[in-house]
Structure formats: C-alpha cells, structure tokens
Design a protein around this ligand. Structure first.
Ligand code: ZN
Ligand code: ZN
Length: 626
C-alpha cells in the first residue's frame, strides 16, 4: 500500500492475504463514507492490521463512537452501490497535480491540497510505479491490492477511535485513527465480535479491580503489583498446590534475598550486559562516597557502570546465581545429584513503561523458579519431571489445551556457548521429553538462548486465546562460569548441567491468565471467599453465626452477611463477588439444623444438614475440584 508510512516492497504488498485485502478495501469504503459526511477530511494511512483495519485522518470534528452508526450507514450505502475498485497507473507529476488539487483521498477536487498524500508521494522512490484506486467518485493513492467491488465488504464493523501521530512521530500532526474490522461474512463477523466482548468481560485488569485481587499504585511504581488480600489467597493456594507437587518430586525449597552483589552478576554475565532490562544498580555506600570525593561526574559514573567498574548491588534480575551459591555451599558427589532447588523467587526487570499492563507485563514478579543440577545423563529425566508437573497443574486447572515449543540452536551460527556434543544430547533429550506429553509440539531452529536449548509452554484458554507461560531451559554456560563441580563415581571432578525451570512463568502472569480463564469464577479451592452465609432475618442470625463458625473451624473460608438487606440483595451481592456457595437460613433451617444451599452457577441445590454440607465443601476443596 502506498498509503502505509512504513513502506513495503512491491512483493510484500502482493503477498497481502485475502482477509487483509478485504479489510484494506473496507478502509477505502470507510474513507468514502467519511468524505460523504465531512468532505474536508484529510486522510493519511489506511492499512490492514491484526484483526481489522484503520484509516488515519485529520478532521476538526472529533469522531466518537456516537458517530459510528452514521458512518456505518453511509458505508453500507457504498457497499450496496457495489462500486468497482479500479486501478490506474499515473506519473509522479499527475499524482502530485491531483494531490495539489485536493483530489486524492477525496470525492472531488477540493480547495485544500491532499497534504498527507502529497507527502507520501514525495516519499515514493524514483522509478517506483505510482497507482491510484478508484471506487465511485472516491480516488485514493494506493498500490493495492483490493477486492473486486465494494459489495464484497458487506460484513464490517467500526470498533474504536484513537489518537495517532502522522507516521507515528510525535513531532508530526496528531490524527484520528478510526478502527474497524471486517470478515468474509456476517456469521464470522458476529463470532469475532462476541469473542471480543467475552474477552473484554474477562479482562483481568477489570476483574482484578472488581474482585479486589490486586492493585497497581502509581506512588509505589508502575508495573509493581500489590496483591490484595483476595488475590493473595489465590496466589497462596496455587503456591501450596505447586509446592506439594514439588515436594513429591524431590525438590527442596530455599529462600534467597532480593538483591545480590554486582560481582555475582558479573560472574553470571547478567551485568553489565543486560543493563537496559534491569533496574540501575544500588551503588555501595563506601564506593559512592569515594566517587564523590574524587569529584566523579554523572557521565563518569555512567561510563563506569557501562564498563561494570562500580561496586554495589543489583535487584536480582534472575534467581539462578543465588541458587548456584546454595548448590556450591557444600561439596557434592554424584550420589547427591540431581539437586533440585525451588523458590518462589521475586525478580526485577526494567520493562519500558509503554509495555506495562495489568499482571501480565510487570517490573517485579515472582517466578515459580527452580534450578536442577544434574549429570548429562540425568537431563532427560529432569526435563520429563518438569513436564509432568506442568501436566498435573494445568489439568487440575482445566487447561488441557496447550502446546509446547522446543527451541533449538541455529546450526549455522557460532553464537552458542558450550560443547556442540552436549547441545546435540540436550536437544535430543528435550525433543524426546516433549514427545511424551501427548500434546502438539513444534521445533524451532535458531530460537534457543545462546547457553542452551529450551521448552516453552503455550496454553489456550476457554475462549481460544493463547498465552505464553514459562520455560524449561537447559544451561551449559552458568556451571562453567561459576566453576561448579561434583565428584563422580570415578573420583574425578565433573561439571554438572543446570536446568532452569519456571513452567508457569510468574505468579503474577499465571494468576492474570487464570483470572481470564475462569472469568473471575475461581473453583472453590482457589476462591478467596468459598462460602457466604445469608440469614433471612435477624431471627436466624445466631444460628447463622454458628454455621459460619463450624465452617471456619473446618478450614473453609466463610463469611456472614449480617446486613439488614433483603435476601435477594444479599444473593446478588454474593453473586457479584463470585462466591461459589451461598447458604441461606431462616427460622425453619435453624430449627432443623439445615441450610438451603445455593451455588453461584448451578443456583438452588436444595436443603441439607450443616454437617453434610461441611463434608461436601471440604471434600471439594481438598480434591481441588473444578
Ligand atoms: Zn488501498
Ligand atoms: Zn535460572
């Protein structure tokens, strides 16, 4: 498209998929419709994008979603007129003359020149063909391709409007970007719109606020998640669950501090090389005073930081060096291996502020981290163990639909550290392990880190969206850098292999994904509040307090709504908090020692004795039922 500021080659343009061609054609229909309403509108770029299209325009009238029905009605007329998209090749001078007459991205000549199109023409390289596309009276500067006729664009919808700078540059004028989407037919469009609506309802940022799960406070810092009491329960339950599995698999839990000396990260290679993605170091007090005495300027300090010549501490970007030091604290023999050190370890990364959002892009997060130190022969078994854990956790959470990506080295590159024979063995081990999962897996050459091959997990949630979770990573580099060793059966010293694994990525990201997966309706074992007791009136209040006490005694997270509200209002409130069970009790239930059980999704499920209910809910929680 000539109207795309980031110019593609002619070949790239011809590669436009059928759906992109349709969506881009819709952008022309949109421009035609807008010009019929506001003939003075000036258009810039109108490319297809992931899931739809947009057109940037300059117009004094501020377009809002209230204008959409009017614009869509006009678009429908253009579609019904079934105009042909005609391509016409022009010379540079012809194109410039038309732009000066305001005739590009327009229905007729206009008093104002087509300023953005003029600028775009000037950017077209000498010798490249310049083409126009015409539908009805609308003529646009465009390389295409397009569908045959406007009649093909019948299933469209405008979705939003946003501000955007011309060519994405803040020095340029600010334009209005009208977004829309289009599909081959109305059924597909409606399915897409419903999925969008569903995704919006499940947005973890929205639900996180509504259900008081987490909070991000500007005064604490962007991307730093504050877990509120409700969210903390979800996280703690998940951690307990994962920890139980880890203990079963022979992991040992450790705790380490949030910072470490810069020297440690010089050894690991994390400093000074990855400074852009880290919080700046905390300079050691004595070193800082020394620098001040020397009259060291800011630029001196910056240079020293870049050269890694300062003394101080780093907020840990990874847990690995700390775990390595724990491994290395005592001599190891082959009989001790594998050593599996696990920690829910918090790390800090400096994400650009534009990339931060909710719990899925953050600057501080707690990895479900572990480091396995083993022999070359043990790598495959350890990777298999990791995959078994992932399988168990995901199936317990009802996320059976996932795939695995095996990242291998690029055989033509020499950027990888370590012995190629070790790489071959590890890659083969990962491939075999992935094959045992009975889920789809792909192998991606050239995607491995420089220090070892890895496996990534991608889960699909109930509405079909894919989420990248964590990894299992083989590492031949850090054991080398830290000079790790164990005594083998041959009494000689050997180098262990390290496996890093954080299969769920981080607790922040995982809980964010789970909020959307469950749409806030956590299964009972994860629900912050599991049961709410609702007295019908004050007369059953005392009985309800006893019910609440009995459930709490049994370890069930229970509360009592003792307000003077009507029962209907109490139920609505409990539904809004997504509490799985509501127990209603009046004078009759009090006399009989029963409760009337209402479930958040199943509705009324009848009356039962308080003992029976307690047994039922305790069983549901301890079995971690969905
Ligand atoms: Zn076009
Ligand atoms: Zn690690």
């Amino acid at each position: 498209m000539a109207d795309d500021p980031k110019r593609k080659t002619l070949e790239e343009r011809q590669e436009m998929s059928d759906i992109d061609r349709l969506r881009h054609s819709c952008a022309h229909v949109l421009a035609t419709a807008i010009l019929r309403i506001w003939p003075e509108a000036q258009f810039a770029a109108g490319p297809p994008v992931e899931g739809g299209f947009y057109y940037d325009l300059e117009l004094d009238h501020r377009i809002s979603p209230e204008d959409f029905p009017k614009i869509e009605a006009e678009m429908t007329k253009v579609v019904k007129e079934n105009q042909t998209f005609e391509r016409q090749v022009v010379t540079r001078d012809e194109a410039l003359a038309m732009a000066k007459n305001g005739r590009l991205s327009a229905l007729s000549d206009r008093p104002e020149a087509s300023t953005f199109k003029l600028d775009i023409i000037e950017g077209i390289p000498e010798g490249e063909e310049i083409s126009l596309f015409k539908n009805g009276d609308f003529i646009d500067l465009c390389a295409g391709p397009h569908v045959g006729r406007t009649g093909n664009c019948k299933a469209f919808k405008l979705t939003s409007v946003a501000a955007a700078f011309y060519k994405g540059d803040a020095a340029n004028p600010q334009l209005q970007r009208v977004y829309g989407t289009a599909f081959k037919n109305k059924t597909m469009l409606n399915e897409h719109l419903e999925a969008l609506e569903e995704a919006k309802k499940r947005d973890h940022r929205l639900l996180g606020k509504q259900l008081e799960l987490f909070h991000i406070d500007e005064s604490v810092g962007q991307g730093l998640v504050l877990w509120m009491p409700n969210g903390a329960i979800v996280r703690q339950e998940l951690q307990n669950f994962i920890s139980e599995e880890l203990t079963r698999q022979g992991y040992q839990q450790v705790f380490t501090p949030h910072i470490g000396k810069l020297d440690l990260y010089k050894t690991s290679g994390h400093f000074p090389y990855y400074q852009e993605s880290q919080f700046p170091p905390v300079i050691a007090r004595d070193h800082l005073i020394g620098l001040a005495d020397e009259g060291c300027s800011c630029s001196d300090l910056t240079n020293q930081l870049e050269a890694g010549e300062v003394e101080g501490y780093l907020l840990k970007p990874m847990n690995c060096p700390h775990h390595i030091k724990i491994f290395d604290a005592t001599p190891k023999s082959y009989r001790d291996l594998p050593v599996r050190l696990a920690e829910f370890g918090t790390v800090y990364r400096w994400e650009q502020s534009g990339e931060l959002g909710g719990m899925t892009r953050v600057r501080g997060f707690t990895q479900d981290d572990a480091h396995l130190f083993c022999t070359d022969e043990q790598v495959e078994g350890e990777v298999l163990g990791c995959l078994g854990l992932v399988k168990k956790v995901l199936s317990t959470l009802g996320m059976e639909d996932y795939r695995v990506r095996v990242s291998l080295r690029d055989p033509t590159s020499d950027k990888y550290v370590g012995d190629p024979a070790n790489w071959d063995r590890a890659e083969e081990a990962l491939r075999r392990a992935a094959g045992t999962l009975e889920v789809p897996f792909t192998e991606e050459e050239g995607e491995a880190a420089f220090y070892g091959p890895k496996i990534d997990f991608v889960v699909k949630d109930v509405i079909g969206r894919e989420w990248q979770l964590g990894t299992v990573q083989v590492d031949y580099n850090l054991p080398e850098r830290f000079n790790l060793s164990y005594v083998g059966a041959d009494n000689a010293s050997h180098r262990p292999v390290m496996v890093h694994r954080a299969p769920f990525g981080s607790m922040e990201r995982f809980v964010g994904v789970l909020i959307e997966h469950f749409a806030g309706k956590f299964p009972t074992w994860l629900a912050p509040e599991q049961v709410r007791v609702l007295p019908i009136s004050e007369k059953s209040q005392e009985y309800c307090e006893a019910v609440e006490a009995q459930l709490k005694e049994a370890g069930v997270r229970t509360s009592l709504d003792a307000t003077a509200e009507k029962l209907g209002a109490k139920i609505r409130l409990a539904q809004l908090s997504q509490t799985p069970y509501m127990l209603v009790a009046g004078e009759r239930e009090a006399a009989e020692g029963t409760v009337s059980v209402r479930h958040r999704q199943r509705g009324d499920t009848g009356t039962m004795s308080i003992d029976d209910f307690t047994k039922l809910v305790v069983e549901e929680i301890s079995s971690r039922s969905l």
